[in-house]
Every structure is written in C-alpha cells, then in structure tokens.
Design a binder for this molecule. Structure first.
Ligand code: GTP
Ligand code: MG
Length: 272
C-alpha cells in the first residue's frame, strides 16, 4: 500500500531503548497519597489493608511480566526489577514503565473492595513511575537497601510521631518539635520508656516492607505467610497465594548479605 503523505510524522517519534546489560528498575509511587490515605481513613502510621493491597497489585504485575525477578514495596511505592538481559518491548523504557504503572493502578483499583470492604473508593488513585538503570549487581543491591532503609527510618519516625499525637495528646507541631534532632537510638528509647514498645517487636511488614520473589517449588527458603489468610496456601516450603502462585511474599532483610546468599538465582541468568 502506498504511503500517505502524512507518514513522515512518524519521524518525530524518538527511540528510548534502554542500554543493554543493566538492571532495569521501574518504581511506581502513589500520587498525593498523603491526601488519598486521609480521605480513605487509613490507619496511622501503617494500614495493613492498604499495604496488602499494594502487594497484591504488585503480584498482578509480576504475574504479567515474567522478566521481573524481584519487587520491593513500602508505603505507597513499589520497585520492580527487570532482569538485566530482558528483551521485553525491545527494552523500550516508556513502554515498560507505562505498562507496569498502568497495570498496577488498575489492579489497585479493581482489588480495592477485597481489602477495604467497608468503604468505597472515593476517587481514582494515581501512581507515577520512573525507570532507573543499575549497571552492577552491587548497585542494584544498594538501591534495594536504600529503599528498605527509607522504610525503616520513616516507620520509626512515624511510629513515634503518632504515639505522641494519639496517646500523649501532642499536636502535630509539638510531636514534630519533640522529635527534631533525635537519633534512631533516641526514638527507640522514647518508644520503650514512654510507651513500653520494643520497636523490634513491631510487625516486619511495617519495619521492613515487602519483598516479592518467584516461587521455587521444592526449594527451601525463608518465607513468611501473607497476612491475607484467606488466600494462603503452602507449596513445598513456600507460602504463597492461591490466586497468584508464582510469587512469594517476604518481609525480611534485603540489607546485608544473607538474603542474596539465600536467593542466588535472582541475579543469575535470565529464567526461560
Ligand atoms: N495513614 C497512612 N498513610 C500512609 C500509609 N502508607 C502511605 N501513607 C501516606 O502516603 C505518603 C507517601 O509519601 P510520599 O509518596 O512521599 O507523599 P505523597 O503524598 O504520595 O506525595 P507524592 O508522591 O509526591 O505525590 C505518606 O507520607 C503517608 O502520608 C499508611 O499505611 N497509612
Ligand atoms: Mg507518593
């Protein structure tokens, strides 16, 4: 068929093929979730329903994109790591990023009633996304450690902040002032002495966030059950959900060597 005279406009499109041999991270993040979580009466500082919904939406993404080798989520964000040798969409960054964030958003919305049965979604939630390339395994490990450290730092601060507000009657400004300049050790001490809370006994879901990896049947692994009891099932040594049997939910340390020693295959050759 003869080309139309309009065909030339294609030339305006730009290539955005990501360079080879780099781990590709797509990170999504809720837009204005400060407002979204307020409007939907999330528990403070952590709402287990909300966190589990994020995880479930992320499992949907991993189910669709088999080249994602690991995902990590906390608060209103999730990072998806595509294998460094993936060829999906010819490594076109915008195609990868938009498909991931779109599937995540629609899954979050579709699954909402399952996690928030007593309240309707007030408005459509939105997520942004970015793509970041990491050229070495160490860079990738450090990236994931950075997100997990962020989870820990925010959770420790927010746990203190909301205890002061909800149980000491501080105003947000007073709580902020009380915590200004404090070190982690000061905050641990505050929780222990004023509220009889040992920070290390708080749920790992809140302190460490959520890791999703592929299920390896018959291979032992350090797995933890999902908190969504209805869907829980056991295959081999792994606990995973019935509806999404190819991912395992963990709330363990990514920081340090142990996780990577236990899961060497994650950074190995691309699975067929
Ligand atoms: N109450 C409550 N709030 C949460 C929870 N998880 C996330 N949030 C809120 O979501 C915010 C996420 O932080 P950000 O992504 O930096 O802030 P944001 O409001 O989403 O703003 P942008 O991402 O810049 O659009 C937190 O500051 C909290 O206000 C939760 O489990 N409970
Ligand atoms: Mg956000």
């Amino acid at each position: 068929m003869a080309k139309s005279k309009f065909e030339y406009v294609r030339l305006f499109e730009t290539e955005d093929r990501l360079i080879p041999n780099c781990w590709i991270v797509v990170r999504i993040d809720g837009k204005a979730f400060h407002r979204f979580t307020d409007s939907h009466h999330y528990m403070k500082p952590n709402d287990e329903r909300g966190l589990n919904l994020m995880t479930r939406a992320a499992q949907n993404v991993m189910e669709d994109f088999k080249d994602i080798v690991i995902a990590y989520g906390q608060s209103d964000e999730f990072s998806f790591v595509f294998h460094k040798n993936t060829n999906i969409y010819n490594r076109r960054g915008s195609k990868m990023m938009t498909n991931v964030v779109s599937l995540f958003s629609s899954s979050f919305t579709m699954l909402w009633p399952r996690y928030f049965s007593t309240q309707d979604l007030q408005y459509a939630p939105t997520f942004d996304a970015r793509v970041v390339l990491y050229p070495s395994d160490q860079n990738l490990k450090d990236y994931l450690s950075w997100r997990q450290a962020d989870c820990h730092i925010n959770n420790l601060y927010n746990t203190c902040f909301w205890k002061l507000v909800q149980e000491r009657g501080h105003t947000p400004a007073q709580a902020q002032e009380r915590l200004k300049g404090t070190l982690s050790s000061d905050k641990n001490e505050l929780l222990y002495s004023d509220f009889k809370i040992n920070y290390n006994n708080l749920p790992e879901l809140f302190r460490k966030g959520t890791i999703l990896i592929r299920c390896k049947e018959g291979v032992s692994g350090d797995t933890k059950p999902t908190t969504d009891g209805r869907q829980m099932t056991l295959v081999g040594n792994h606990v995973h959900t019935k509806a999404r049997p190819s991912t395992v939910v963990l709330h363990t340390d990514l920081i340090g060597k142990q996780f990577w020693e236990d899961n060497l295959d994650i950074l190995g050759p691309r699975p067929k």
